[in-house]
Design a protein around this ligand. Structure first.
Ligand SMILES: [Zn+2]
Length: 606
């Protein structure tokens, strides 16, 4: 029902002036709409808090929070019933000054309480609507309960005028809707977009790249007037300006991360003068930088370095000396020991982990002990991984980062190895090296064991062990990040594949072509045995030429398929291997290995 119908040319002119705000005053079409109007106040004026955007479409503003109103002869749709009862009561009063038509729908544009807590002021029979992703956020909230949760694309009929609710993906929140009135060419969105205004603080609702994708969706829609939930109303071109700002910010922060700057250094030096006159630049620009840094900063520094094309230097994790034969540690430093003397107490897992974390020059810690099977070696490694967490392996400011990611060898790729890989991943490792890979099929199956079923792999999504905690993440965050890089460019898990048999060498190109390898390695030690023979005196003789040819064959496959190539280097060969094109190196634990890391870092300008 219409209270009064008049020509609203005067209020149109006022609304048009407010509409164009600071950035589109020159556009004569701003606010253009048919002059005749259904809903007006009894005096012929709109309530003072109400601004007309187009025929049937208004904004109500209180305490800087704006709500969209769609008013036709038969019905009213409102968004965002304001953050307090008093503001909401005034909102309902303003609607009643405009029309007696029933308020059929109230839409929560997103779940933030400062926009929605006043719902009780609305009539009992009004249907409250929100995007389905808002449901968990609203559980236990004081907001009026939602009557109907909608999907990503819903249309509501408001007295013959269509209002579309579109969810464009995560932005300020994971349930922020676009409310579009296609026939009136108006789009309303709250907090995710505003006119010449920086996003709020650290943009903690989404990865800014997802935020850009949401704004791209908004930009694809057909409309003229952009009505944000705060600040002046703008034009569609303001959406593009918001996208440009986020892209410029991401590019600038990424460039500085690539140069090795810390968050603090970036915050102290980065300026985007083009945006210096935007609202909140002085207050929130540094926090915007932090938000981008949080998302661009990787958990796994090995992937960070590889993605930047930088060389990577790591060491074997320190291990307790083993008694008896065969142990590497058992040989070291024990020659000449008095056999009658009692053995020195073995260092605890905690001692070893503290020692490992204390060595800061390494990009990762490698453990090869489980190649022969998990039964014997898993307990010691599990204890080490727990101690590694205790010793502070994950730092969380501003985003989780593993200072010493763990990379382990899996057992040989026999059927059933997937279960072993799952056990290893559940300990919180960041990478798994597959020994003696001999075919593409074998590798493909093992790589699938590193990926969740929800990502097309074979790893159960719901059995995560200690991994989330050890990465400093929630289970949900872990599931999102624990995918294989570079198959998933944002994945934080890496695979290393070793070629160390005649079969593997014969199929090295087929193996290298399998997507998902992070680093390909010639198994230099094993290959050495493969290309050695025993001479007449019983001495092992290396066929140096054949051995080197095998190494070069693997390197050639790395270069052909654009995969990083790894090598277990020593001080006397790391420079040569770097010149050849190897970029990932693992060294022994101890002074000789540390010296090699130092040489490598100098040569690699790190
Ligand atoms: Zn807001």
């Amino acid at each position: 029902m219409i209270k009064q119908t008049i020509v609203v040319l005067a209020s149109l002119a006022v609304a048009g002036g407010a509409l164009v705000g600071c950035n589109s005053a020159a556009d004569p079409e701003a606010g253009a709409a048919p002059a005749a109007e259904a809903a007006t106040g009894a005096s012929g004026e709109l309530p003072s808090e109400v601004e007309r955007l187009a025929e049937n479409v208004y904004l109500f503003t209180n305490s800087s929070h704006r709500s969209l109103l769609v008013v036709t002869d038969e019905a009213v749709l409102a968004t965002d019933p304001q953050g307090s009862q008093a503001n909401a009561e005034r909102f309902v009063e303003a609607i009643r000054e405009m029309t007696d038509a029933p308020i059929g729908h109230v839409v929560y544009s997103h779940h933030h309480g400062d926009h929605i807590l006043g719902g009780a002021a609305f009539p009992a029979d009004t249907e409250f609507i929100a995007h389905r992703n808002a449901e968990p956020h609203l559980a236990g909230s004081e907001a009026r309960p939602v009557d109907r949760y909608v999907g990503d694309n819903e249309t509501i009929d408001v007295g013959g005028l269509q209002v579309r609710l579109i969810y464009p993906g995560p932005s300020e929140t994971d349930n922020s809707l676009i409310i579009l009135v296609p026939e009136r060419r108006v789009a309303f969105m709250v907090d995710a977009v505003a006119v010449r205004t920086l996003p709020w603080r650290t943009m903690d609702g989404a990865d800014p790249r997802d935020w850009i994708a949401a704004l791209e969706r908004l930009d694809e829609l057909d409309f003229d007037i952009l009505a944000p939930g705060h600040g002046p109303t703008g034009r569609k071109s303001d959406v593009r300006e918001n996208i440009d700002y986020l892209q410029a910010l991401i590019a600038a922060v990424q460039e500085r991360i690539d140069r090795g700057q810390t968050l603090e250094e970036i915050q102290n030096t980065l300026e985007l003068p083009e945006y210096a006159d935007w609202v909140r630049y002085d207050e929130h620009f540094k926090e915007n930088i932090q938000g981008v840094y949080r998302e661009l900063g990787r958990l796994n520094p090995v992937i960070d370095l590889l993605a930047q094309g930088k060389p990577v230097f790591g060491v074997y994790a320190p291990r307790p000396p083993r008694r008896g034969r065969g142990g590497r540690g058992g040989r070291d430093g024990r020659v000449g020991q008095d056999p009658a003397a009692p053995p020195a107490p073995a260092p605890s897992a905690s001692d070893l982990a503290t020692e490992a974390i204390g060595y800061e020059a390494t990009d990762f810690l490698f453990d090869g002990s489980m190649e022969g099977g998990l039964e014997r070696a898993l307990p010691a490694f599990s204890a080490f991984a727990a101690a590694w967490e205790e010793a502070g392996a994950v730092t969380s400011d501003p985003s989780p980062r593993l200072s010493h990611p763990l990379i382990v060898k899996s057992p040989e790729l026999a059927p059933g190895v997937g279960a072993d890989i799952q056990l290893q991943l559940n300990l919180g490792v960041s990478g798994i090296m597959f020994p003696k890979v001999e075919s593409a099929a074998q590798l493909t199956e093992a790589l699938a064991a590193m990926r969740f079923r929800s990502n097309g792999g074979t790893r159960p999504d719901d059995e995560l062990g200690a991994a989330p905690v050890r990465w400093g993440l929630s289970e949900e965050e872990y599931r999102e990040k624990a995918d294989l890089w570079p198959l998933n460019p944002e994945g934080e898990l890496i695979n290393w594949t070793i070629i160390e048999s005649h079969e593997g060498l014969a199929k090295v190109r087929e193996i290298a072509a399998v997507p998902g390898i992070g680093v390909l390695w010639p198994g230099a030690g094993t290959l050495r045995g493969l290309f050695s023979t025993t001479d007449a005196d019983g001495q092992r003789v290396l066929d140096q030429e054949a051995w080197e040819a095998a190494i070069q064959q693997v390197l050639a496959a790395c270069l052909e398929f654009d995969i990083a190539c790894g090598f277990p280097a020593r001080a006397d060969d790391i420079e040569m291997r770097m010149q050849q094109g190897f970029t990932v190196f693992v060294m022994s634990w101890g002074d000789a290995g540390f010296r090699t890391v130092e040489i490598g870092r100098q040569l690699g300008n790190r």
